[in-house]
Design a binder for this molecule. Structure first.
Ligand code: ADP
Length: 899
């Protein structure tokens, strides 16, 4: 089949995947039922475990070592069925703590230590790079085999390494670039607080089906098409060399263990298993469905291997039997399906792995560096964090794929697929003790985890990774045979004199043993910090405690700064609704809740969904400042017994209740005092304001009555009298209006009108006040909503807000932005000017009657405008509130909408 057609089919397939991912994303964004919610999609997404290594490599493995390939499936199956409870715990912790990756989980568990995050990230990158290279290699190889060959050509074994017309490294490069683009497009679309990728996961689930169907099709073809049925294939198996392979119990146990460990610790597995999970209950489906998937995908491995060994030439690469068998029998369609299956396996692994790795790299390496080079506070309050995080991820995805490509280039792509896979598995498995210890054992400490990880990593590198480059690579043949400097017991493949073992088993044994021993011993010897113990208790007892962190001491942090930071990181809507919900829970209105320790830890968890626990902690720390753990926290941690914990938490609850009540009382008191002062001032002012016009009306009307004035003077005095009378009437109107609104005797007169027309009306009405001094910015497309409400009343509110901006905005070039947005069931109109805004302490007061900011007395009216507006909005079923954190003064109107 010509190379071009193959490329075309690939492109079409990728476009199809794009469409699937795009459709799923769109559906999720429009609030439709997401595919992610389906337990079968979840199960299928777990199949990123089965990469090209499984697709091609399992058959190769079986051809070389008989039934041993089963261990690779046995490990995950045992975990899925036997360790269901543990998986559930992991998922629960993942959700409670908003974990974004395995590095994040470990860093968060051990006191939000970024050092550990970096360590695990490095481990993951080093362990995964060869694996990505492996995927590139298998795609490239299958391209080459398929593209150029009729059966006759490749039968000579040419393709296994000889000259081919296809430029292999160029193909690999294009594949890497394509994958990077796909991942960036769908993996970094948004910074959702919950980090789920509907599009990607749905595409992965589709790929899972493609690879399963492909393997089943090739298998069926071999059994029924080649061997002539079940009895035929049993006979072939009986005659093949596979029959005589024996089981090595040591290798079986070792490999099953490593694959079980890797299933839990591989970054991509953690991503689909924990991070992308939307519902714990999905695990109960996956616990039988995923083993069933593995069973199906491994069903025909032996038949294919046996047929390949029997039919194909001796020097044919067993790792490609799945592809070369159909080609040999000239089944072009089947071969194409098989090719797509392999392509799917490779791409889904690379996509998920690079999403997982890039999240780790950006959260644990890029962000901390950025935070540390920016001065305190400025970093979180003024920088555009969202943008930064997204670019960091995009760059990291590119970097991860580039690394994979470079590894592929330099390793020359020689080693058998299975060997690279196992090396990688053993490497990432080093995170297992820290992970399991972290969620099962409260005594596990950060130091223990770090020492264990480093020790395991070093032993792995020394006994398995470095020797894998062969004796011409980093280690010389002499060193491998005699040990460094001739020290016998340091031989990389026979550490401490333990020779005669299979290299992988040898490495697994020593690395895990030394890793675990170091982890446990150092944990026992070190005393964890309070924060660490708190996190430990939360992780280990995740089912008993609702996730209640008490990590921040109460402090006078500025709510507005926190809101600004949260808006920059999570997005404005999400942050505002979080703050508003919290304020409502505390019985306050507006967007600024009290900064309680509870609220801070909740905010921190939400933020960590975007930037990871350690970074979120650091960001909040920059604003809140101060000690992170209070005396109560220390006491709570010291109390090991459940009883004491409960008692103290009761006390704490009572105390915090008292504090809140006291706080609220003092707030009310404060408000009352202020109001009473304002009222006194108002009374004296109103008598003044009433008297001044009255006096001048009286004076001028007396002059008029006396007569004897020329016409010009008469006109002038009459105008003055008229103007003063108008002012008086307006004041009285306002007072009357307010009292009517407050006493609930208003008649609403609902009408249909388009929002844009209503705004036009309001802007026109204020133009005499604003006199073009203020520039008003609007987005007309957003204003096309049809309203059904009392439009005159609403216009009154608009006019008031626009006039206020014109009167009080103190910027050199006053600007007012009117932003309209719609939420389900709600219409929002924001009025945001660029003045210096309203100070936090007055934000609660401006809606009170007669309240005016003292230094603006000159410009203003009687301080009734906003009070009237709020009453009006109340009557219309909506609300009016001050929106902090926008730069200038900002008011938000909401209106209910039939949706
Ligand atoms: P008035 O009817 O006297 O204009 P309001 O109730 O409308 O009073 O407003 C109360 C106070 O809120 C004003 O005195 C002013 O200090 C402040 N205020 C209202 N809007 C703005 C704004 N856009 N920028 C700055 N301050 C404002």
């Amino acid at each position: 089949m010509p190379f071009n057609i193959l490329v075309l089919v690939c492109l079409l397939y990728v476009i199809f995947l794009f469409a699937v991912a795009f459709g799923a994303d769109k559906r999720a964004r429009h609030g439709g039922a997401t595919w992610l919610g389906n337990p079968l999609v979840y199960t299928l997404s777990l199949s990123v475990y089965c990469t090209a290594w499984t697709f091609y490599g399992a058959v190769g493995y079986a051809a070389r070592s008989g039934l041993e390939y089963v261990t690779i499936y046995l490990g995950p199956t045992l975990v899925m069925i036997g360790w269901w409870g543990l998986l559930r715990k992991l998922v629960r912790i993942g959700r409670a703590q908003r974990v974004t990756s395995i590095a994040d989980l470990i860093s968060s568990r051990y006191g939000k230590s970024n050092g550990l995050g970096v360590l695990v990230t490095l481990l993951a990158v080093v362990g995964t790079t060869p694996y990505i290279a492996l995927q590139l290699q298998s795609v490239t190889l299958s391209f080459a085999v398929f593209a150029e060959q009729g059966v006759s050509d490749w039968a000579g074994g040419e393709w296994a390494g000889g000259q081919t017309p296809v430029d292999l490294s160029a193909t690999a490069l294009w594949v890497a670039i394509g994958l990077a683009l796909f991942t960036i497009l769908f993996g970094t679309r948004n910074l959702d607080a919950n980090e789920r990728h509907n599009g990607v996961v749905t595409a992965i689930a589709v790929e899972a089906i493609v690879k399963l169907v492909a393997l089943l099709a090739v298998g069926s073809f071999v059994v029924w098409g080649v061997a002539g049925g079940l009895s035929g294939i049993s006979q072939m198996i009986a005659e093949s060399p596979i029959e005589s392979w024996t089981i090595h119990p040591g290798r079986w146990a070792g490999l099953t263990f490593v694959s079980a460990a890797a299933f839990l610790t591989l970054p991509r597995m953690f991503q689909v298993l924990v991070v992308e999970n939307v519902d714990e209950e999905q695990l109960s489906t996956a616990s039988w469905a995923f083993p069933a998937y593995l069973l199906l995908i491994s069903l025909f491995v032996i038949p294919i291997a046996v047929a390949g060994l029997a039919v194909l030439p001796k020097d044919a690469n067993p790792d490609l039997y799945v592809l070369t068998l159909p080609l040999y029998y000239n089944q072009q369609g089947l071969a194409m399906l098989s090719f797509l299956g392999g392509f799917s396996s490779a791409t889904s692994m690379v996509i998920v792995a690079s999403i997982a790795l890039s999240t780790m790299v950006s959260n644990h390496i890029v962000m901390p560096i950025w935070l540390s080079v920016r001065p305190r506070k400025e970093a979180t309050v003024s920088g555009d964090v969202r943008h930064l995080v997204l670019s960091a991820r995009r760059l990291s995805i590119g970097a991860v794929l580039l690394l994979g490509y470079l590894y592929y280039q330099f390793s020359g792509g020689g080693a058998a697929l299975a060997a690279i896979g196992l090396i990688s598995f053993t490497g990432v498995a080093q995170a297992l003790p820290a992970l399991l210890g972290g969620i099962l054992w409260r005594g596990a400490s950060r130091r223990g985890a770090a020492v264990g990880l480093i020790a395991g990593f070093v032993v792995w590198a020394y006994t398995l990774f470095l020797p894998s480059f062969g004796d011409t690579g980093i280690m010389s043949a002499k060193m491998l045979a005699e040990g460094p400097w001739g020290i016998e017991w340091l031989r990389p493949r026979a550490l401490f004199g333990l020779g005669g073992l299979d290299p992988v088993v040898h490495a697994v044994l020593w690395s895990m043993l030394i890793n675990t021993t170091a982890f446990v011993t150092v944990s026992l010897m070190s005393f964890p910090s309070p924060l660490e113990r708190l996190q430990g208790a939360q992780f280990v007892n995740v089912f008993e405690h609702s996730a209640r962190a008490r990590s921040w001491a109460h402090s006078g942090a500025e709510a507005e700064d926190l809101l600004i930071m949260a808006q920059r990181t999570m997005g404005a809507d999400e942050a505002q609704s979080l703050f508003q919900r919290q304020a409502v829970e505390q019985g306050k209105d507006g967007y600024l809740p009290d900064i309680t320790p509870d609220f801070i830890s909740r905010l921190e968890r939400e933020l960590s969904g975007s930037v990871g626990a350690a970074t979120a902690h650091a960001m909040v720390g920059q604003i809140v400042g101060g000690a992170s753990v209070s005396v109560e926290d220390l006491m709570a941690v010291a109390d090991e017994t459940q009883q004491m914990l409960e008692y103290s938490s009761q006390l704490e609850a009572q105390q915090s209740e008292l504090t809140t009540t006291a706080h609220r009382l003092s707030e009310v008191n404060e408000k009352l005092t202020q109001l009473s002062i304002q009222k006194d001032a108002f009374l004296s002012q109103i008598s003044h304001e009433l008297r001044t016009p009255m006096t001048s009306i009286r004076a001028f009307s007396e002059i008029l009555r006396e007569g004897g004035l020329d016409e010009e003077a008469q006109g002038k005095y009459a105008r003055i009298i008229h103007g003063e009378a108008v002012r008086l009437t307006r004041l009285l109107d306002d007072l009357l209006d307010l009292s009517v609104l407050e006493n609930g005797q208003v008649q609403l007169n609902p009408q249909h009108e388009k929002l844009s027309l209503l705004l036009d009306r309001a802007v026109a009405a204020t133009s005499s006040v604003t006199e073009g001094e203020i520039t008003i910015r609007r987005v007309r497309e957003a204003e096309q909503t049809q309203l059904y409400t009392d439009t005159d009343r609403l216009a009154q509110v608009f006019i008031n807000l626009i006039a206020n901006a014109a009167k009080y905005c103190d910027a050199a070039r006053p600007k007012l932005e009117i932003r309209v947005s719609e939420r389900p069931g709600e219409l929002r109109v924001d009025f945001i000017d660029n003045g210096s805004g309203i100070p936090v302490e007055s934000q609660g007061m401006i809606f009170e009657k007669f309240f005016r900011l003292s230094d603006q007395k000159a410009a203003g009216g009687a301080g009734l405008g906003l009070a009237i507006c709020r009453e009006v909005m109340d009557k219309l079923g909506g609300s009016l509130s001050y929106l902090p954190g926008q730069g200038g003064a900002a008011f938000r109107i909401t209106l209910p909408q039939a949706s």
